[in-house]
Every structure is written in C-alpha cells, then in structure tokens.
Design a binder for this molecule. Structure first.
Ligand code: FES
Length: 197
C-alpha cells in the first residue's frame, strides 16, 4: 500500500471554506480530487490513507478512485517526508541525459538512498520513473513543487548545500522559476502550490 495510515485529518473542518470553494469551482466533483489532496498534503505534510477516505467522503467518490488518482502523481507523498523532497526523474529522456549521475551525487551528498530522509528531517530523496514533463531539459528534479532543470552531479551538490544553508540566491540560480521558486521552497509555503506554478 502506497499511502500509510495516520491520524484522522483535521483539514476538512479547519479549512471548510476552502473545501467548499474548491468544490464549487468544478461541475464534475472528480475534478476537485487533486486540489483537495493538495490541501491534505499541506495540512499533514504527506497524504495518509485517512486523507484519501476524507476526500472520497467529501466528493461522494470511492476511496479506491481517489487512491488511483493520487497514486498516479509523484507529488503526493504516502508517508512522512522531510521539509524538502527532492524528486529525481529517472524516466528514459532524463536517464539518457544523465539522471543516474545526479541521483548518485545526491545519494552521496545526503548519505541516504531514494525513499529515505536525512536524520535531521530536512531532506527526503525520491527517484521516480514517472516523467515530470520537462523531457527536453533533463536531467530534471523537483524540490517540493519547483523544477530544477539540466542538472549535473555538481549542480545537485550545490542544490543540497543551498537547501541546507537556506541560500536563496544559490537556489534561485538553479531553479526554473528563479527567485520566486527559491523563496517558495525556502518559505513556510513549501508544501503549497505557489501561484507561478
Ligand atoms: S523523462 Fe524526465 S521529464 Fe520526461
């Protein structure tokens, strides 16, 4: 099972107005699945089985349907993760462009394997075979929801250093969306989807 169990979610009540606003946006309730999962992830930091059930209850959909939708996207984490989640695309184009070297450099610098989190809880490393839809600019990685393109092993090390030290400038130099992305990653909005994405 990809989504672990957790406490009962508080977001359906705590963010009721937002939930209602999201539902009102779409004529088909299924379209609200992804935005509600974003709310769930923003509240807990990851998505639990109980969040899938809550989304299903709210929208009148089966948990299995919500699960199948959530499972399709690498951006939803089914277990507790660090403040920053680095997801490296290992699909064909990125693989051919050198994603293996990027992943290797990250593993070495962080001292962890994909699926693991650093001991200080700061960074989780993930590898995904799901294409991140930026194949012409590989190797590609995401830090939370921000894109980092044309990575190399050296750039990956700089990325980690920038996250560890909170260096906005260094991070902005690597991020697809520059300073806005760097600020979004380093700020408290790390798990929200910023307006520029
Ligand atoms: S193969 Fe990596 S973004 Fe498409």
């Amino acid at each position: 099972m990809r989504f672990a169990h957790g406490e009962a979610p508080t977001w359906p009540e705590a963010r009721k107005a937002e939930v209602e606003e999201i539902i009102a946006r779409y004529p088909d309730s299924r379209s609200a699945v992804l935005p509600l999962l974003h709310l769930a992830q923003a509240a807990r930091g990851w998505v639990a089985q109980e969040d899938l059930e809550a989304v299903g209850r709210i929208l009148g959909l089966s948990t299995a349907y919500v699960d199948s939708t959530a499972s399709f996207y690498a951006m939803y984490h089914g277990h507790p993760v660090g403040k920053y989640v680095i997801t490296v695309c290992t699909n064909l184009s990125c693989h051919l462009a050198g994603a293996g070297k990027v992943l290797e450099a990250l593993e070495k610098t962080l001292g962890i394997k994909p699926g693991e989190t650093t001991r200080d809880g700061l960074i989780t490393l993930e590898g995904t075979s799901e294409c991140l839809a930026a194949c012409d600019a590989g190797p590609v990685a995401q830090v939370n929801v921000e894109y980092f393109l044309r990575l190399t092993g050296a750039k990956a090390e700089t990325l980690v250093e920038a996250l560890r030290s909170g260096d906005t400038k260094a991070l902005a130099g690597l991020a697809e969306h520059g300073e806005a992305a760097a600020e979004a990653v380093l700020s408290a909005r790390v798990r929200e989807v910023p307006a520029h994405v």
